[in-house]
Design a protein around this ligand. Structure first.
Ligand code: UD1
Ligand code: MG
Length: 478
């Protein structure tokens, strides 16, 4: 097998991500770290941060609950193929210290010890950790320090481990979990975040000494803080002022709060680069969406997946786009829904259009209200303005499709293609029974059901002739 380029570069840092817990408080069968915010699992946000801040790191992900699922999701994401990822199995979840111990006792941990790199520990349920924070946390430890502890001060510290110091602001003595805390300790507002940088040997030895004599009968990683303090080893404390970045996600409410905050961070970033959001608080933009230039986004818009919004586009209101590429200057009007589709430069789509996967709207096309496209490609300047369904269709340039056109693309067994060449004029209320081709420049009379190919330049009329019977109306009424 070819060697990956990263192996040429020794890791400057090792990372343990604790991701084995079931997350009982989430009340969901999905492993906690796979719960999604901003369009991807929480653990992907953490891996994105690691990849940006310390790309040469060697990473151990401790998995347990739903391990196959977690591993498969991560392995199948190409974005992480250049990261040195190692999965460590923790068969029973007996606490954060127990999880970290499995990593350090594994062959991966042995190699890390040998290489003498520091070990960053990240919990899998802190998805808002930024690359900047990771970069600062992994700056070199002082010579005499055994660990760096990341803390923050929270208005409401409920649920977090409290940082106990000597006196009010003296050195850190220990971290006490909420369930073990006295009333006085619960009143402390400085909390441990479960993010640490350890000197490798201290971590390894410390973990072997942790006991489970506490309210939850768990092996707490936080115990390493009191171990260091008792042994009078130096603990560096790093307090992060942006407490929102350190939101833990333990239940559905915290998941929605973290999602809301991340959304705000994403929107703020794009707004500062020139995108105008009329109502940021009513707009949802996934983390992998890209704005390529300035754009305007109206209220109640969801931009999902890997959508790209190009310069000068206008979106919304009430629009949902997933993996849609919106061309420069295109307008996507109210109520439009699109997935895995392309909208060309200067095109106008909607209101109330539905672009299903595989749809391509060409440059300067017009797709109007109540039009559904599925695997349909429209050439430049083609217009489908009202109430139509085009499935498995290839439509040329400058085609005019009248109101109420339908491709009959499915015969009960297979999907068949409709070809409509350049400059065709399709009258209103027509159907094309596929497979069928309508040649360049042809006219199709309103109300026609086209079952046979139409030659270029001809007129197709496929309807019965009108008969007017004078006086018949009066006769009927009688
Ligand atoms: C932990 C800290 C707490 C801190 C808080 C910050 C401990 C004992 N407590 O509490 O001080 O304020 O994080 O968010 O460390 N995990 C495993 N295996 C296990 C147990 C947990 O991999 O056996 C993983 C979980 O999947 C999770 C992470 O470790 O991603 C943290 O575990 P969790 O149970 O959420 O700890 P907290 O109660 O949040
Ligand atoms: Mg937690």
């Amino acid at each position: 097998m070819p060697q990956k380029t990263r192996s040429a570069k020794a890791p400057q840092c090792a990372v343990i991500i604790l991701a084995a817990g079931q997350g009982k408080r989430m009340k969901s069968d999905l492993p906690k770290v796979l719960q999604e915010i901003a369009g991807q699992p929480m653990i992907f946000h953490i891996l994105d941060g690691v990849r940006q801040a310390i790309p040469s790191a060697t990473v151990a992900i401790v998995v347990g609950h739903g391990k196959e699922h977690v591993e498969k999701q991560i392995r199948s994401n190409d974005s992480y193929s250049d990261l040195d990822l190692n999965f460590i199995f923790q068969p029973e979840q007996k606490g954060t210290g127990h999880a970290a111990r499995f990593a350090m006792d594994s062959p991966w941990g042995e190699a890390v010890l040998k290489s003498r790199v520091p070990v960053l520990v990240l919990p899998g349920d802190l998805p808002l950790v930024s690359p900047e924070l990771i970069a600062q946390m992994t700056e070199e430890l002082g010579r005499s320090s055994v660990m760096r502890l990341l803390t923050c001060v929270l208005g409401d510290p409920t649920g977090y481990g409290r940082v106990v110091r000597r006196g009010k602001a003296g050195p850190v003595l220990r971290i006490v979990e909420e369930k073990d805390a006295t009333q006085r300790e619960k009143e402390l507002h400085e909390v441990g975040t479960s993010i640490y940088l350890f000197q490798g040997q201290f971590l390894k030895t410390g973990l072997s000494r942790v006991t489970n004599k506490n309210a939850q009968a768990e092996y707490y990683l936080t115990d390493l803080v009191s171990q260091a303090s008792r042994a009078q080893k130096k603990i560096e404390v790093f307090q992060w002022s942006e407490s929102q970045d350190l939101r833990g996600v333990n239940d559905p409410w915290e998941l929605s709060q973290a999602g809301r905050y991340l959304n705000q961070r994403i929107i703020q970033k794009w707004a500062r680069s020139g995108v105008r959001f009329i109502a940021p608080e009513l707009t949802w933009v996934d983390s992998k969406v890209v704005f390529d230039g300035i754009a305007e986004v109206s209220p109640n818009v969801l931009l999902q997946g890997r959508s790209v919004i190009r310069n000068g586009a206008k979106i919304g209101p009430h629009v949902v786009l997933k993996n849609v590429d919106v061309g420069s200057g295109a307008i996507v009007k109210a109520g439009t829904v699109g997935e895995d589709a392309v909208i060309g430069t200067g095109a106008s789509v909607g209101p109330y259009a539905h672009l299903r996967p595989g749809s391509e709207v060409g440059e300067e096309c017009k797709v109007g209200n109540f039009v559904e496209l599925k695997k349909a490609k429209l050439g430049r300047k083609t217009s489908v303005s009202h109430l139509s369904y085009l499935g498995d269709a290839v439509v040329g340039e400058n085609v005019n499709i009248g109101c109420g056109f339908i491709t009959c693309n499915y015969d009960g067994k297979t999907k068949n293609v409709t070809l409509i060449e350049d400059d065709v004029f399709m009258g209103s209320d027509c159907q094309a029974v596929a497979p069928v081709k309508i040649g360049k420049g042809a006219y199709v009379a309103s109300g026609s059901t086209i079952t046979e190919d139409v030659e270029a330049g001809s007129l197709a009329v496929a309807r019965s002739r009108q008969v007017n019977k004078p006086g018949y109306a009066q006769k009927y009424r009688k």
